[in-house]
Design a protein around this ligand. Structure first.
Ligand SMILES: [Zn+2]
Length: 318
């Protein structure tokens, strides 16, 4: 195991130092050639360290690579991450109120596309605040989340049908949802491809998928890139991920779809409609047709962001 990985595991107070670590293929196009975009990133608590972010040379997808084995990510979210963030979690009701506000804004934004009634799935729903306005409108609602405390709050206090489960393990009725939403959690999960595959099977034909990702940094890139995001769904790849799994995106925007929210500035949204799932070569045609990012341009983009911030900060000091 490389020195920097040992240091990282020490930083997160890992119980184990024998996780398998290896380079994995691009999660969008499956290729194996990458360019390093950043090495030093945020590891939380104001600590920065080596944890490489790489761009796929073929489609430009930004992801952490190498990756740990699956059990690491389970341990990370069930033990280490919780320990590290325990002191700054908001009270549950505030968090839920914020979700309800965001959901109402989203419903307003999508009103021309949503059926009057239907069934909605929220993958990574937390306590399920996004589902409340839908339930109030007479929709069937269902959510799931790997955070036990949040799920229990949703079930017991909000009386919502939420399941405590990793999204990769969810069992869904085929052809049953009019709307599926994944508000940011796809950047944290172990395998977004398994999840989107299951979602596509569970979506009705013509059903909608809404994804939220992080399009641009608000501060320095070393904070935008952090060890809690295993991939970055920016404007290009949030669309490619949808297309790959059989949704035709018709909105990809950094409009505040869920309302103006300081903490979520820089986020973007993609909305697509379920169509036929393309073959690998059909997906390649889309990428080669120009829906891709070029690693050297992405590096320059982030260098420019950083230079602007530095310029700003030095101006404030003088
Ligand atoms: Zn790729």
């Amino acid at each position: 195991m490389e020195e920097y990985i040992i240091k990282y595991l020490e930083h997160i107070q890992s119980d184990r130092f024998d996780y398998e670590v290896k380079m994995v293929p691009c999660e969008v196009c499956g290729r194996m050639e990458f360019t390093v975009v950043r090495e030093e990133i945020s590891l939380g608590q104001g600590v920065y360290g080596k944890y490489p972010v790489q761009a796929c040379n073929h489609c430009g997808f930004l992801m952490h690579n190498p990756r740990f084995e699956k059990t690491f990510y389970q341990d990370f979210y069930r033990k280490y991450y919780r320990r590290m963030t325990h002191h700054n979690t908001k009270p549950m009701h505030e968090f839920v109120e914020n979700q309800v506000v965001r959901a109402n804004n989203m419903i307003d934004y999508l009103k021309d596309y949503l059926p009057e009634r239907g069934a909605v799935l929220d993958v990574g729903s937390s306590s399920g605040g996004f589902l409340i306005p839908f339930r109030d409108m007479g929709w069937d609602v269902y959510g799931n989340d790997p955070d036990k405390e949040h799920v229990e709050y949703g079930i017991n206090e909000l009386k919502l049908p939420i399941e405590f489960i990793d999204a990769e393990e969810m069992q869904l009725e085929p052809n049953s949802f009019d709307l599926i939403i994944i508000m940011g959690s796809l950047e944290h999960v172990y395998d977004p491809n398994i999840i989107l595959k299951k979602c596509r099977q569970a979506s009705k034909e013509g059903g909608l998928l809404v994804l939220e990702g992080r399009f641009r940094p608000l501060g320095l890139s070393k904070n935008f890139f952090n060890h809690n995001h295993h991939r970055y769904l920016r404007k290009t790849h949030i669309q490619l991920m949808m297309i790959k799994h059989g949704w035709q995106p018709f909105i990809a925007t950094d409009d505040p779809v869920c309302g103006v929210n300081v903490q979520r500035e820089g986020n973007g949204y993609c909305v697509g409609r379920a169509i036929t799932i393309p073959t690998q070569s059909e997906l390649d045609v889309v990428i080669e047709g120009g829906l891709k990012d070029v690693p050297s341009e992405t590096i320059k983009e982030f260098d420019d962001f950083d230079a602007q911030i530095h310029l700003h900060t030095s101006k404030e000091i003088t």
